[in-house]
Design a protein around this ligand. Structure first.
Ligand SMILES: [Zn+2]
Length: 271
């Protein structure tokens, strides 16, 4: 699944290719992704100019001169900018065609992506309004996490993965950040000290920043904007390494289920 670093990498790759471009048309080759596609998009979009491509959590916001297109890559979506006449591949569901002859092509094998129009500020849209702060923003501090965790019995890992608390900390990054911070994922959120949360906030920021720099971790069916397959794999410390030795202490990495998610732990480094 595209995680926040992949979405941010996509945004950075595509932004210079579509900003300032005027939409000529939209071609919808399916009626439904995660939700039905609004057929009125074919009337709403032509003539509008893309002013900015913004990311909020894992949503991409194509802000036009008025209104915004809200896009989500879902489980398997990817975006490319190609000449509009480029032959259509399997699962190429939507083309946003620009007057310069190129198009933004949305490919989504599993059709869990989203494409929605809003005339209003997209940040107030029901899908986005209740989201927590961005993990790379200054608001994410140990003090903030500690305060939000007060008296909470939920384990610290699902706590930091809650999008209402902070967005974009997917399973891989939660496992990695908790390992680096030396915190057991199953510890009650309310039992973690502010000092340890400060370290965790720092590690969350660090692990995501590194992933963005590396172009996101490798995932299935995701392609670079220029069509190159795959992203560079980030050096992962624990995720996906069950039974392999911890890179710090040599103890075997364990995999446990926690909140229905595979959770990778070094039983010695994390307490
Ligand atoms: Zn270890």
């Amino acid at each position: 699944m595209p995680e926040l670093p992949e979405v941010e990498t996509t945004r950075r790759g595509i932004e210079p290719l579509i900003c300032g471009k005027t939409i000529a048309s939209i071609i919808l080759r399916t009626e439904k992704l995660r939700w039905p596609l609004d057929p009125r998009l074919t009337e709403i979009l032509p003539g509008r100019q893309i002013q900015a491509l913004v990311r909020r959590a894992k949503y991409l916001l194509l802000n036009c001169d008025s209104g915004s297109l809200i896009l989500h890559l879902g489980m398997s979506g990817n975006l490319r900018v190609v000449p509009a006449e480029t032959a259509i591949g399997k699962h190429d569901h939507v083309d946003l065609v620009f007057t310069d002859g190129n198009c933004l092509r949305f490919n989504d094998p599993r059709k869990f992506g989203a494409l929605l129009w809003t005339d209003h500020d997209p940040l107030t849209h029901p899908l986005l309004a209740g989201l927590g702060p961005e993990p790379l923003a200054e608001e994410l501090t140990g003090e903030f996490l500690h305060q939000q965790a007060r008296a909470r019995k939920i384990a610290v890992k699902p706590f930091i993965m809650d999008q209402k608390l902070v967005v974009g900390v997917g399973n891989i990054y939660a496992c990695e950040a908790l390992f680096r911070a030396g915190i057991r994922p199953d510890l009650a959120a309310g039992k973690v000290s502010q000092k340890r949360y400060s370290r965790l906030a720092e590690e969350i920021r660090q692990v995501l920043t590194e992933a963005i720099a590396a172009g996101g971790t490798t995932i299935n069916d995701f392609r670079q904007n220029d069509g190159r397959p795959g992203y560079f794999k980030q050096q992962l410390q624990v995720y996906g390494r069950a039974g392999e030795p911890c890179r710090v202490c040599g103890t075997d990495i364990l995999c446990q289920r926690l909140g229905q998610r595979s959770t990778f732990i070094c039983p010695k480094c994390q307490r």
